[in-house]
Write a protein that binds this ligand. Structure first.
Ligand code: FAD
Ligand code: COM
Length: 519
């Protein structure tokens, strides 16, 4: 389908994408039929490729972006972040109904159950609207050329082939993402074994008993949703939960509060366990595992969820162009996103962790700026992070333990204060936790601010609750400025009471003191 020069309105996009999801017909939006030389061709139009191509266009360059799916935006709107947020929101609502069941207007708790299949169906039916928006915005507003619904292949650093045509370019930016690691176990191919992608594509029954293998972010997030929906969930993980290699700066008190909360909500967590085999005939029936003490476990289930993480799709770029690949399968780049091959850049999940949207989008932008002659380095060694259990956890900067290893005088401001039991105080409280505060105070959240007492600079913020995630984008910026942010400056800020994170008011309560002490 050639759409160059055709105005396509936003509502017209959805049926076009629906039709192309089951066809191999490319959607071609090229100026001058793709003649001439591009400044950059982006292979992969996910977050990294879409933002990179848009930025390059904005800087006055000529980009082309090619994706094998019939839409731009990549895995985020199709299988990853967007369903994850839908499921996590459902989980938070379900949990609240269960905890408050039988009180006020809440139904009695035995009635709280949801069909996972129905929620997945809601996502399936609605996801194309995000795809339509990405295609419309990229063509109509951002004026970026693209070819969709066809894979691309780099022939050399100046030539890309797609849909039977070759295109010339000064640079290539490869942004083809990552793939779910396979479960290396007997029975891993049985019906009833899912991952985040196959869950939204293939689920056709309502699971009642789930085993999650692995302790990735996705494992924690999806496990919390399955449990909240009423599907008894066991998480089987080698490392302690939230202590995996890719998660940094998770404060131990926060971790304990969250993992205890998951257990309170009924999730069975087996840390130090490893799977041996998945058993079943027509569908999975059990996971056989070795428990933390070496004992053999037999866990009945009708659903197994693979939560063992992802690996970058580096095999193709290595084969096409010989780019260097690192020990974890990532395409190796410098801070300008340059690979080992001149004029070839890589971006997003393809270059390894953190596999997060901010990094993917900013990598794309970084490649674009450097290609267009604006030297720009992106260092993502420090960043704000978040994770859903059914709570929203947000954090940035050092944990208390990390701070104590590096600084002589560490001061901690936290709520509830140290040595006060969570059930004894309905704080922190704000939108999203008001009902918990009054009816189930131990569930109203937890927060901690870590400070260097000598310089009064804040070293880390950590929050468990709802609705504070937005603030962390700005806290991250303030924390990482060369001058950082002090407890005194926090105390000067104007809070919108009742705000979900109380760092401002707590800092103000202590900021008047010359010698800082814990609060
Ligand atoms: P992708 O979005 O995967 O894009 C790669 C694109 O390349 C795809 O569109 C694919 O079709 C295309 N492609 C592949 N091969 C070819 C080829 N040969 N030719 C042409 N095109 C090709 N991050 C967050 O920040 N917040 C979240 O809440 C969050 N939730 C997540 C939940 C889940 C379940 C998962 C799995 C991830 C989540 N992430 C989240 C991570 C986030 O989704 C990724 O970091 C991000 O989507 C990576 O973008 P990307 O452009 O690198 O890759
Ligand atoms: C967001 C996808 S769902 S993108 O980053 O805007 O392309």
């Amino acid at each position: 389908m050639d759409i160059a020069g055709q105005p396509i309105s936003l509502p017209e996009w959805s049926p076009i994408i629906e039709d192309h999801l089951s066809s191999r017909q490319p959607i071609v939006n090229l100026a001058s039929g793709g003649e001439g030389v591009y400044d950059a061709i982006f292979i992969g139009g996910g977050a990294a490729g879409r933002f990179g191509s848009a930025y390059l266009k904005a800087l006055g360059g000529r980009p082309l972006v090619i994706d094998r799916w019939p839409f731009l935006g990549g895995s985020c709107p199709h299988q990853a972040c967007v369903p994850h947020h839908l499921f996590s929101e459902a989980a938070a609502i379900l949990d609240r109904e269960r905890w408050l069941g039988g009180q006020l207007w809440f139904r009695a708790c035995e009635d709280v159950r949801a069909s996972i299949l129905d929620v997945v169906d809601v996502f399936r039916k609605g996801r194309v609207s995000a795809h339509a928006f990405m295609n419309w915005q990229t063509k109509t507003q951002l004026e970026v050329e693209y070819i969709l619904n066809t894979p691309a292949r780099a022939i050399d650093p100046g030539t890309v082939e797609a849909a039977g045509q070759t295109f010339r370019t000064r640079n290539i930016v490869i942004a083809i993402g990552a793939h779910q690691n396979r479960l290396d176990l007997p029975g891993a191919d049985l019906p009833g074994v899912f991952d985040f992608g196959t869950l939204v594509e293939d689920l056709d029954y309502d699971p009642r008993k789930c085993v999650i293998i692995g302790g990735s972010k996705v494992a924690v997030e999806y496990g919390s949703f399955f449990q909240a929906a009423g599907c008894q969930t066991t998480i089987l993980t080698r490392s302690p939960l939230l202590r995996t290699q890719n998660l940094h700066h998770v404060d131990e008190d926060v971790r304990r509060y969250v993992v205890d909360g998951m257990r309170k909500r009924g999730v069975e967590i087996i840390e130090g366990g490893s799977p041996i085999e998945i058993k079943g005939t027509d569908r999975v029936e059990a996971v056989i595992a070795q428990g933390p003490g070496g004992e053999t476990l037999h866990i009945d289930c009708d659903f197994v969820f693979n939560g063992v993480g992802e690996t970058p799709n580096s095999a193709l770029p290595a084969q096409w162009l010989g780019v260097q690949v690192g020990p974890r399968g990532e395409v190796v780049v410098d801070k300008r996103m340059r690979t080992s091959v001149a004029n070839v850049y890589a971006a997003g999940d393809l270059i390894g962790p953190p596999m997060e949207m901010f990094k993917a989008r900013k990598c794309g932008m970084t490649a674009a700026r450097n290609i267009m002659g604006e030297p720009y380095e992106f260092d993502f060694s420090e960043y704000p992070d978040f994770l859903h259990t059914t709570y929203e956890m947000s954090w940035v900067g050092l944990t208390e333990d990390e701070a104590r290893e590096r600084y002589a005088d560490v001061v901690v401001i936290q709520m509830p204060p140290k040595d006060i039991a969570h059930e004894d105080i309905p704080l922190p409280v704000a939108e999203g936790t008001m009902l918990y505060a009054f009816l189930k105070p131990e569930l109203s959240g937890f927060q901690k601010c870590v400070i260097d007492g000598d310089t009064r600079r804040i070293l880390g913020f950590h929050h468990v609750g709802y609705g504070a995630k937005d603030a962390f984008q700005y806290l991250d910026y303030l924390l990482r400025r060369p001058e950082g942010i002090t407890i005194d400056e926090m105390g000067q800020m104007n809070e919108l009471f009742l705000n979900p994170e109380h760092f401002i008011q707590l800092c103000r309560l202590r900021a008047g003191r010359r010698g800082l002490v814990d609060l």
